[in-house]
Design a binder for this molecule. Structure first.
Ligand SMILES: CC(C)(COP(=O)(O)OP(=O)(O)OC[C@H]1O[C@@H](n2cnc3c(N)ncnc32)[C@H](O)[C@@H]1OP(=O)(O)O)[C@@H](O)C(=O)NCCC(=O)NCCS
Length: 185
C-alpha cells in the first residue's frame, strides 16, 4: 500500500553531505536563479520562461500534496540550497512514480550531491512511501545524469527516438527505472 501520509508530511531525509527538506516559497531566490541558468535549462530541456509570480505560486503550493513529494537539496556543511528533486505522478494503484532532479548550477555538478540525493529519495520512495517502481527520462546528451542515475540503481529500459527538439536538432530521450527489489548500490 502507498502511504499517502508520508507524501503529505515529507519527512526530512539526511545523508552524509546533503539533506532533503520540503521545498516551499522560502527557496524562491535560489530557485529563480537556477531556472534561468542556461546549462541547467539545456540539460532539463526547459523551453518555458516562467514568471516570478508563477514560480512563487508553484513553490508555495508544494507542501501537503498527496501525489508527489518535492524536496530542496541542502548542503549540510553550510546550508546552501544546491538543487531540487521530486517524486512525481504517484500512481497508488500501480505503486509507481516518476523522478526528476536538477542541481542549481554547474558549480554544484560532479561533487556527488546528485547521486547522494537520488539515493535518499529512492530509499524514501520504496521503504517509506511503499512504491514498487520509479522511472525517469534523461536526454541522450546528458551522460553525467545517466551515470548518476546508474550509480543510484536505475536501469536503462528504453529509448524514445527524437522526442526532444532542442537548439535546432532532434534528440533521443532515454527511459530508466528502478524497482523496489533491484540492487540499490
Ligand atoms: C544530473 C545531476 C543531478 C547529477 O548530479 P551530480 O552531483 O552532478 O552527479 P554526481 O557527482 O553524483 O555523479 C556524476 C557521475 O557522472 C560522471 N560524469 C560526469 N560527466 C560525465 C560525462 N561527460 N560522461 C560520463 N560520465 C560523466 C562522473 O564522473 C560521476 O560518476 P563517477 O562517480 O562514477 O565518477 C546534476 O549534474 C544536475 O543537476 N545537472 C543539471 C540538470 C540535469 O541534468 N538534470 C537531470 C535531467 S534528466
Amino acid at each position: 500500500m502507498v502511504d499517502i501520509e508520508a507524501l503529505r508530511t515529507q519527512p526530512e531525509l539526511t545523508g552524509e553531505n546533503v539533506l532533503l527538506t520540503q521545498l516551499d516559497e522560502t527557496y524562491f531566490e535560489t530557485g529563480w536563479e537556477a531556472l534561468r541558468e542556461p546549462e541547467s535549462r539545456r540539460l532539463t530541456g526547459t523551453h518555458t520562461d516562467f514568471t516570478e509570480e508563477q514560480v512563487r505560486t508553484w513553490l508555495a503550493g508544494r507542501p501537503g500534496l498527496a501525489d508527489r513529494a518535492d524536496y530542496a537539496i541542502v548542503r549540510k556543511e553550510d546550508r546552501v540550497h544546491v538543487g531540487d528533486l521530486a517524486l512525481t505522478d504517484v500512481d497508488k494503484d500501480n505503486r509507481s512514480g516518476s523522478f526528476r532532479i536538477a542541481l542549481n548550477g554547474p558549480e554544484f555538478f560532479g561533487k556527488g550531491y546528485g547521486t547522494e540525493a537520488t539515493k535518499l529519495l529512492l530509499a524514501y520512495a520504496f521503504d517509506v512511501v511503499g512504491l514498487h517502481r520509479v522511472s525517469l527520462e534523461v536526454f541522450d546528451y546528458n551522460p553525467r545524469a545517466q551515470r548518476a542515475y546508474e550509480k543510484a540503481g536505475f536501469v536503462r529500459e528504453g529509448l524514445q527516438r527524437e522526442a526532444l527538439w532542442w537548439d535546432g536538432e532532434w534528440h533521443d530521450v532515454i527511459t530508466m527505472a528502478i524497482l523496489k527489489n533491484d540492487p540499490r548500490p
